[in-house]
Design a protein around this ligand. Structure first.
Ligand code: ADP
Length: 320
């Protein structure tokens, strides 16, 4: 193997830059050239890349986002797009491609692997933590900490004004971010798409808390649960408690990666380059029970990571 490619695709996540830096430096130490394709899969459609060297990836370990830029690229989902990308890889003699992104990006890599000789390896990087085969994705820890520090501030207002705040966090269709954030801020209620929580149950909890003298409260809701504004209004109407909604939004996606996200990026990069050097493709690296492992790409695309429901129980016990 002489040349490998790197691409960041889908939603940006803090630690993507740390992964690009680590891949480049590890690959160079093994005598490999690294091409960084720009703007997600679009860079493979248009043959747009930067030659990455240990020097030009300096000074980015602490930066959020991705120096290679990223976008969602619907053209890539068409057969002509995948063929074009395969041609770009062949044209540049790219023998291995490391895809840094989420499950959508890996589905793209799987399609591409069917048309190209290039070996594909995925590095899970998304704040949603919704990738099968890894306990944690690059960027997740950073997003959890960002959301926690915002909600700690919101709690000050909640307590001072004796209000209930329903705080919406990201996560797309999954509740990994909401669950970990919810436990970490001591939320009174956590709403996740995986666990249908009836409005009556939330109302009963709020009423019971008021009876116990707990007049302020934080409800952490995953964006995937639906209209949090309507849920908040209904709680206010049925309990008489003052309810406000706060959507944390894009502030959760950016920012300097935590040490944990940077470490994970380095460990995943090492594993990804090692796999390519051993001529192993169609793998996605991951962290399972403390060990760095890899899973078959197709399995990663087809299977859904379960949410740990024991954590929901823990959250309930901690919220009394
Ligand atoms: P993420 O990788 O963070 O999950 P997306 O789901 O938006 O982000 O996927 C990123 C890109 O991967 C998409 O814009 C598209 O180019 C490609 N992609 C997503 N799903 C598929 C699919 N089923 N087949 C081929 N390519 C896909």
């Amino acid at each position: 193997m002489k040349t490998i490619g790197v691409v960041t695709s889908g939603g940006d996540a803090p630690g993507m830059n740390a992964a690009i830096r680590a891949i480049t430096r590890i690959a160079h130490s093994k005598g490999l050239e690294v091409l960084g394709f720009e703007r997600g899969w679009d860079g493979l459609l248009t043959n747009t890349y930067k030659r990455l060297t240990p020097r030009n990836v300096g000074g980015i370990i602490q930066l959020g986002g991705t120096m290679l830029h990223t976008l969602r690229c619907p053209e890539f989902e068409k057969p002509e797009g995948v063929e074009q990308a395969a041609e770009t890889l062949e044209l540049n003699d790219v023998e291995g491609l490391i895809v840094i992104g989420g499950d959508g990006s890996f589905r793209g890599a799987l399609d591409l692997s069917r048309k190209s000789e290039t070996l594909m390896v995925g590095i899970p990087a998304t704040i949603d933590n919704d990738v099968y085969g890894t306990d944690e994705t690059v960027g997740f820890d950073t997003a959890v900490n960002t959301a926690v520090s915002s909600i700690d501030k919101i709690r000050d207002t909640a307590v001072s004004h004796e209000r209930i705040f329903i705080v919406e966090v990201m996560g797309r269709k999954r509740g990994f971010l909401a669950l970990e954030v919810g436990i970490s801020v001591g939320a009174e209620v956590i709403l996740v798409p995986e666990n249908e929580c009836k409005l009556e149950e939330i109302i009963a909890i709020v009423k019971e808390n008021t009876r116990k003298g707990k007049r302020a409260g934080i409800i952490v809701a995953a964006e995937g649960v639906g209209d949090t504004g309507a849920i908040g209004q209904e709680i206010e109407k049925q309990t008489g408690s003052e309810v406000r909604r706060s959507i944390l939004g894009y502030a959760q996606r950016g920012g300097s990666p935590t040490a944990r996200s940077r470490m994970l990026a380095g460990l995943f990069a090492e594993k990804a380059v090692d796999l390519l050097c051993q001529d192993q493709g169609n793998r996605v690296v991951g962290l399972l029970h403390g060990a760095i492992i890899s899973t078959d790409l197709e399995e990663t695309c087809k299977k859904q990571k379960p949410l740990d429901m024991r954590l929901m129980k823990l959250a309930e016990m901690l919220a009394i």
